[in-house]
Design a protein around this ligand. Structure first.
Ligand code: DAH
Length: 329
């Protein structure tokens, strides 16, 4: 008995405690043996021996359990010490995050127009037909709807294909004059080297009294903006078509890679198309109930700007989260 008490006292790990338990209480343990030997004792002694053995059994059990708790607690403390993190330690591998090139470009565009007192407006990504198409002079079955391959939901809702619906929402919520931009994600069923199903646009809209807004104003503001983004480039306006503007134009800058000489990126034309714009079509003002106003609007894709500014050849790489690319910014 004292021999086992000593063993328990000396045990130094939960595993050794388990070994001792088996040695005492196991099928072949000392207690089992002692009880078995009782049959050799004299009958009148048996009750006394049994009582003693049971007392020893209880005592050893208590000692074992107590020691087990002590050892397990100690083991846990050790583990916590070993696995603990010292947040004050210097780590040579720690990396700092940076703004993603798309968001960085977005911020630069927003900053430019904010400085000109354009407000920043937002709208939902899940839109309805009215705001995304109808009110923008794109009635049902209008062929121009094919310009934007749309993701539809079952209940007539859709993922907005451009940020132009924010024009409509803003006009419905406020009265002119309006000077706003609308940055945000847009969605189209497209996927190749220059298209991803989700990308970012910024829409611009200015509305004031009839006769106060001209194409010259639009040209002036966009030229200043493109010089801010691309530096000393030439800017040209080309007649184009958008349902929500009339007249409409697409805007090109002289190719920043070959300086207008003609290269692979500008398809040998010397020009890069960067945005769409125009004078707001009267049908759009009718849709929101505006009378006696005039305005201009423009829209641009942020990824296209980021790709040109940072010379990124494949649009898709902007969304892969590859650190080797992102670390360069
Ligand atoms: N919403 C057009 C698109 O996604 C971009 C655009 C073009 C917006 C001309 C405009 C605009 O406001 O006037 O392709």
């Amino acid at each position: 008995m004292t021999e086992w008490i000593e063993k328990i006292e000396k045990a130094d790990s939960p595993a050794s405690i388990e070994e001792i338990r088996v040695g005492i209480f196991g099928k072949k343990g000392v207690l089992a043996k002692a009880f078995a030997e009782m049959k050799n004792a004299a009958n009148e002694d048996k009750a006394k021996i049994a009582k003693e053995l049971n007392e020893q059994k209880a005592k050893l059990n208590t000692l074992l359990n107590e020691k087990k708790i002590i050892l397990e607690t100690a083991a846990l403390q050790e583990a916590m010490k070993a696995e603990g993190i010292d947040v004050s330690l210097f780590s040579p591998t720690s990396e700092r995050g940076a703004t993603h090139p798309v968001m960085d470009t977005m911020d630069r565009v927003i900053e430019y127009f904010s400085n000109l007192n354009f407000s920043v407006e937002t709208g939902p990504m899940v839109e309805d037909d009215f705001h995304n198409f109808e009110a923008l002079n794109l009635p049902k079955y209008h062929p121009a709807r094919d310009m934007q391959d749309t993701f539809y939901f079952k209940d007539e809702k859709l993922l907005r294909t451009h940020t132009s619906p924010v024009q409509i929402r803003t006009m419905l919520n406020t009265q002119p004059p309006i000077r706003m931009i609308a940055p945000g994600s847009v969605f189209r069923r497209d996927f190749d080297i220059t298209h991803t199903p989700m990308f970012h646009q910024i829409e611009g809209l200015l509305v004031d009294e009839k006769g106060k807004v001209s194409f010259a104003n639009l040209k002036f503001i966009l030229e200043g903006f493109l010089h801010h983004m691309f530096g000393d480039v030439e800017v040209r306006f080309r007649p184009s078509f958008f349902p929500f503007t009339e007249p409409s134009a697409e805007v090109d800058i002289s190719c920043i890679f070959c300086e207008g000489k003609g290269c692979r990126i500008c398809s040998k034309t010397g020009w890069l198309e960067v945005l769409g714009c125009g004078i707001v079509d009267p049908n759009v003002f009718d849709a929101v109930g505006y009378k006696n106003v005039s305005g201009y609007a423009f829209g641009l894709g942020i990824e296209r700007f980021a790709m040109l500014i940072h010379q990124i050849p494949d649009l898709r790489s902007l969304f892969e989260g590859d650190m080797r690319l992102l670390e360069q910014f």
